[in-house]
Design a protein around this ligand. Structure first.
Ligand code: PAF
Length: 326
């Protein structure tokens, strides 16, 4: 994995984030913004928009970011935020639910549409969830997006639930995802993202599941033959900062930094809208075999035992509240 670190002065929008001490003349204090994927990804787009917005004088920030898991896997990034060794990050809910367990509720496989998912996250439910991060030593500022997760693998064209039997699928270190794939009959293998490409190359796992945004930015066609458009779960991301960094900002800087995070979140969504429109054709052009449609109802039926576990864990009223958001 390549660490990319360029300064704002060198006119690069993605390198390591810096915060001025509050006066125009003060030397910028560097703020690390980490994320798992390449600069040319929805995370890179979010980091750039966050940085561009934070550069405004009111925020007194001079931005940059560290891409491609150079600061470690998402678990390490989150721990870094808690410890204050990382100031800002863009992370998926994959690892986050090990820190803020209530977040797992948004990782439940569902037939939700993008519009609905965005309404849930931008509405009271999602904002209340962001507020819960504080109790876990994290300041969550906005919900960004990866898109719907789909399955890739090297063994077979997965067309039905039966085809998943015994398939070794890398999943995030997320109890909700693990339960789902176990219930579907696969052999879910939780693994940190930086290990996934070599595990796919070596055949220690057969496949993985991630949105088109990750497939294209990580060029997964180099290590995977089959793509099945399962759309099994919407994947949000969170733009988070460390309480140590946050505590050193003025109220005006906090407001401006939050505005920047919201701009970053919107940029990730715009990137996803764009890449979802063309990413499947791109995957095909690189030789991937694509199963375009699965029987979603059959997947849902197979997942019934998992839904019972989720209802027990998160409470049926919570699941209903999400489903009823307009
Ligand atoms: O699968 C994951 O772990 C995440 O979706 C990824 C690729 C690290 C992006 O946050």
């Amino acid at each position: 994995m390549v660490m990319i670190r360029r300064t704002f002065i060198a006119a690069c929008a993605s390198a390591a984030v810096a915060l001025t001490a509050g006066t125009a003349a003060a030397a910028p204090k560097e703020v690390k913004l980490g994320y798992a994927l390449a600069v040319n990804s929805h995370y890179g787009a979010a980091a750039k928009a966050w940085a561009d917005s934070a550069e405004k004088p009111r925020a007194a920030h001079s931005p940059s970011s560290t891409s491609s898991s150079a600061l470690g896997g998402e678990r390490e990034l989150i721990e870094g935020l808690q410890l204050g060794t990382v100031e800002a990050a863009i992370v998926s809910t994959g690892a986050l639910s090990n820190f803020v367990s209530d977040v797992g509720v948004v990782d439940i496989p569902s037939c939700s549409q993008t519009k609905h998912a965005r309404a849930v996250l931008d509405g009271k439910f999602g904002q209340d969830l962001l507020a819960k991060f504080k109790q876990r030593g994290l300041i969550a500022l906005a919900w960004g997006e990866q898109g719907f997760r789909h399955l890739t693998n090297n063994k077979l064209a997965v067309k039905s639930v039966a085809d998943l039997k015994g398939l070794k699928i890398r999943v995030t270190e997320n109890p909700v995802h693990i339960t789902a794939f176990r219930t579907l009959g696969a052999a879910p293998t939780p693994m940190s993202w930086p290990e996934v490409i070599s595990a796919l190359q070596q055949g220690t796992i057969d496949g993985q599941e991630n949105p088109i945004s990750v497939l294209t930015s990580s060029k997964l066609w180099e290590v995977q033959k089959h793509l099945t458009l399962t759309s099994h779960v919407y994947a949000p991301v969170v733009l988070v900062v460390s309480p140590t960094f946050w505590g050193g900002l003025t109220d005006a800087q906090k407001a401006a930094f939050t505005e920047g995070a919201k701009a970053g979140a919107q940029a990730s969504r715009a990137f996803v809208d764009d890449v979802e429109a063309k990413g499947v054709e791109l995957a095909k052009s690189h030789g991937m075999q694509v199963v375009e449609k699965v029987d979603a109802a059959a997947f849902r039926t197979a997942l019934e035992p998992a839904y019972k576990q989720y209802a027990k864990k998160f409470g049926q009223p919570t699941l209903d509240a999400i489903a009823n958001v307009k």
